[in-house]
Design a protein around this ligand. Structure first.
Ligand SMILES: Cc1ncc(COP(=O)(O)O)c(C=O)c1O
Length: 457
């Protein structure tokens, strides 16, 4: 921690801000006790647990959400990056209402799914699409397609990346540093109990932003047929690829006959219309999508080349699911992708993203905070790190969780619903106004002033 930020000061401020948040969200704090009687942790997903206690949201409109105590917040969390369209968008709400009035589920094909598939195919430059209901299913389908195509069971993933909660990828997501092993040969560390050793053995781990380590791993391990990676690491804050890294990964995987999967569950439809594929101009063999592509409904999809996806056509690979292509989901996705997220929407996200990043970076500079602002379009965060984070190990070494948590408390107490967790980032929506972005920066400045004792000159 830099000298102008004392750990004692951070601890004191954290105590008082936690208390303020507890008082503001008293009803949530009480309700969680009732919820715990039926839901472990009082929540539906462990990602919804956080200190000082989970906060229950009752409604959202546009860029705002309201909690159980009636507090209104500007929503920078946006449902872990799903709500880039904003809440209850009239175009999407109307599409869902109309679809609901005609029947919510048939498990039979519908024309809307074809229109959504065409739009995703256009955006991500891959010809064939199949739907599912979550990012977990999307990466599961992509890995199965790849394993079937190459005939090889072993896959390589990036240390510190999250790709959903199925066994093949719940490996070295946020490994305990004492278990990581050497950088050149990271240990495959299970992220949860209940993952069979036989599956761990099939998942090899490499560092992000290191093409040489990837090449060496693929050379040494001819059993690897699949590589899955998030083109921008978005589960340790925001860690963009170094210049040329994605191109190098494309070249190296091709050289070794390894199928390349981009996990664009977070980047898809948020960093550009065509996600990282469009942003960086690198087209993998398969893309996994979910989150923002569904306009606020549960969606997943896998996109792939003709050759790989032909395995579904001929029945070699099972890609199935009762709710795949559900009419409500397809109506919402179509309305979001075609009705809301047009070129002007992406221009706005770029502009809004630049505004909040520039504002936060200026605060970091003026107060000498050991932190920097980083992001791409709607996605961004302040990395509470005194040096640039380029991969999981530098994140572990440089990132200050305590400072990050205190920054989060300042936002929460001041009416900004920011994503909980050191590993997360904000997602702006197309309906966030400049005034809300400026308010985010103002609160960040208040935090910087209090924590450094500086004047920001
Ligand atoms: C990069 C990435 N892949 C996959 C997933 C899993 O998506 P889901 O939670 O919809 O299963 C997530 C979830 O946050 C993610 O961030």
């Amino acid at each position: 921690m830099a000298s102008n930020v004392s750990p004692n000061r951070v601890a004191e401020l954290t105590k008082s801000m936690e208390e303020s948040l507890r008082i503001r969200t008293r009803k949530s704090g009480e309700f969680v006790e009732e919820a715990k009687q039926v839901l472990p942790g009082g929540v539906a997903s462990s990602f919804q647990e956080h200190s000082p206690h989970p906060i229950y949201i009752v409604e959202g409109h546009g860029s705002k959400v309201t909690d159980l105590d009636g507090n209104e917040y500007s929503d920078f969390h946006n449902g872990f990056g799903v709500m880039v369209v904003g809440h209850a968008h009239p175009v999407i709400a109307a599409a869902i209402t109309e679809a609901a009035s005609k029947g919510t589920h048939f498990a039979a094909p519908n024309a809307s799914a074809v229109r959504v598939a065409k739009e995703l195919s256009r955006r991500f430059q891959l010809p064939k699409v199949r739907f599912s209901n979550s990012g977990t299913e999307a990466t599961l389908d992509a890995i199965r397609l790849s394993r079937a195509f190459t005939g090889k069971d072993t896959l390589v993933k990036i240390e510190g990346s999250y790709h959903g909660h199925h066994d093949a990828v719940m490996v070295s997501v946020h490994p305990d540093p004492s278990k990581m092993g050497p950088r050149a040969h990271p240990v495959s560390v299970p992220q949860s109990a209940g993952i069979p050793q036989a599956l761990l053995d099939l998942t090899v781990v490499v560092p992000f932003n290191d093409p040489d380590a990837l090449d060496a791993t693929l050379t040494a391990n001819q059993d690897i047929g699949t590589m899955i990676l998030e083109p921008i690491m978005l589960n340790i804050g925001v860690v963009p690829p170094n210049d040329g890294y994605l191109e190098a990964v494309r070249e190296i995987t091709r050289k070794h006959g390894v199928v390349l999967i981009f996990d664009e569950v977070k980047t898809g439809a948020t960093v550009a219309a065509g996600g990282a594929v469009e942003k960086y101009g690198v087209v993998p063999d398969l893309v996994a999508l979910a989150k923002a592509t569904g306009g606020g409904t549960p969606i997943g999809s896998v996109l792939g080349t003709e050759e790989i996806m032909a395995q579904i056509d001929d029945g070699t690979v099972a890609q199935i699911g009762t709710f795949n292509g559900n009419p409500l989901t397809m109506a919402a996705a179509e309305a979001a992708l075609i009705g809301v997220l047009d070129e002007a929407a992406y221009r706005r996200l770029d502009q809004a993203g630049r505004r909040v990043l520039e504002g936060c970076q200026d605060v970091c500079d003026r107060y000498g905070l050991p932190a920097y602002a980083v992001g791409v379009a709607s996605k961004g965060c302040v990395m509470f790190a005194h040096q640039r984070v380029v991969d999981y190990r530098s994140y572990v070494e440089y990132f200050d969780d305590d400072l990050n948590y205190l920054g989060w408390l300042y936002h929460m107490v001041n009416g900004i619903y920011m994503t909980p967790g050191a590993d997360e980032q904000w997602t702006l929506s197309v309906v966030h106004g400049d005034d809300e972005i400026d308010h985010y920066v103002e609160v960040f400045e208040e935090f910087a002033r209090d924590v450094t004792g500086g004047k920001g000159e």
